[in-house]
Design a protein around this ligand. Structure first.
Ligand SMILES: O=C(O)CCC(=O)C(=O)O
Ligand SMILES: [Mn+2]
Length: 202
C-alpha cells in the first residue's frame, strides 16, 4: 500500500459551498492483494440478479449486486429492497482498512459485479434519505479498469476518472447533492470488475 500516492480532485458544488473533494488512491492495493480479493469477491459473494419494472415490463438490472451491513436493516433504491447480509470477515477487513486510510466511518457496503462490458450503472447519485444529508462514499475497484464519469447537475460539467484494479476513490460530503455518476457500457470488453461502495447509515 503506497499511502503517498494520493490524488485530490476538487469538484465544484455551488456558489455558496464552493468545492468538495474526491480523494483518489490509484494503487491502494498491490496487484497481488487486488487479485486475491477479486477472486474472493467473485466466488464468495452471494450475488443477486435484481430486476426493475419499466412501463410494466420486468427487466434485469445490468449487473449483479448485494448489500452488506447490520442484518436487521435493509436498503431500498430504484424500488429494489435488499435485506443486509452480515459482512463476511474478508469484507470487514477491507472496511476497516478503508476506515483507517480515509479517516471516515463506514458500516454498509453495496457490492456490484460487472460481468463484462455489457454491465453498467446508469447516471445516479447516492442520495437516499437513509444515507443522511451529505453522504461520504468510499469506492474500491477490482478487476478490469472502467471509467467512472461524473456530471454536475446544473453546469453539466463532466469529469472522467479511470478506476484501476485495486484503486480507492473517496467522494466527499456534498458531491451527491450536486453531481451524478455512472459506469457506462464498453463494447467488446470481456473481463469482469467488482466494485464496493462503502457508506455510513445511522
Ligand atoms: O462501480 C462503480 O464504480 C460505481 C458504483 C456505484 O455508483 C454504486 O454502487 O452506487
Ligand atoms: Mn453510486
Amino acid at each position: 500500500m503506497d499511502l503517498f500516492d494520493k490524488q485530490v480532485i476538487p469538484l465544484y458544488l455551488s456558489p455558496d459551498l464552493g468545492s468538495a473533494e474526491i480523494a483518489f488512491w490509484p494503487n491502494w492495493l498491490s496487484p497481488e492483494q487486488a487479485d486475491g480479493l477479486l477472486e474472493t469477491a467473485i466466488h464468495q459473494t452471494q450475488w443477486r440478479q435484481d430486476t426493475i419494472k419499466i412501463v410494466g415490463k420486468t427487466i434485469p438490472i445490468p449487473r449483479l449486486q448485494n448489500w452488506f451491513g447490520d442484518p436487521s436493516t435493509s436498503y431500498t433504491y430504484s424500488g429494489i429492497r435488499m435485506q443486509a447480509l452480515r459482512f463476511p470477515d474478508w469484507m470487514d477487513k477491507i472496511r476497516l482498512s478503508i476506515e483507517q486510510i480515509t479517516e471516515q466511518r463506514f458500516n454498509r457496503a453495496l457490492v456490484n459485479y460487472y460481468r463484462d462490458g455489457r454491465d453498467s450503472v446508469d447516471w445516479h447519485a447516492d442520495d437516499e434519505k437513509e444515507l443522511g444529508p451529505a453522504p461520504v462514499i468510499a469506492s474500491l475497484s477490482l478487476g478490469v479498469e472502467r471509467v467512472f464519469q461524473l456530471r454536475h447537475n446544473e453546469t453539466k460539467e463532466r469529469i472522467s476518472i479511470s478506476l484501476p484494479h485495486g484503486s480507492l476513490l473517496l467522494m466527499g460530503a456534498g458531491i451527491q447533492a450536486y453531481w451524478q455518476h455512472r459506469i457506462a457500457k464498453v463494447k467488446d470488453l470481456q473481463q469482469p470488475r467488482v466494485n464496493f461502495t462503502f457508506r455510513y447509515m445511522e
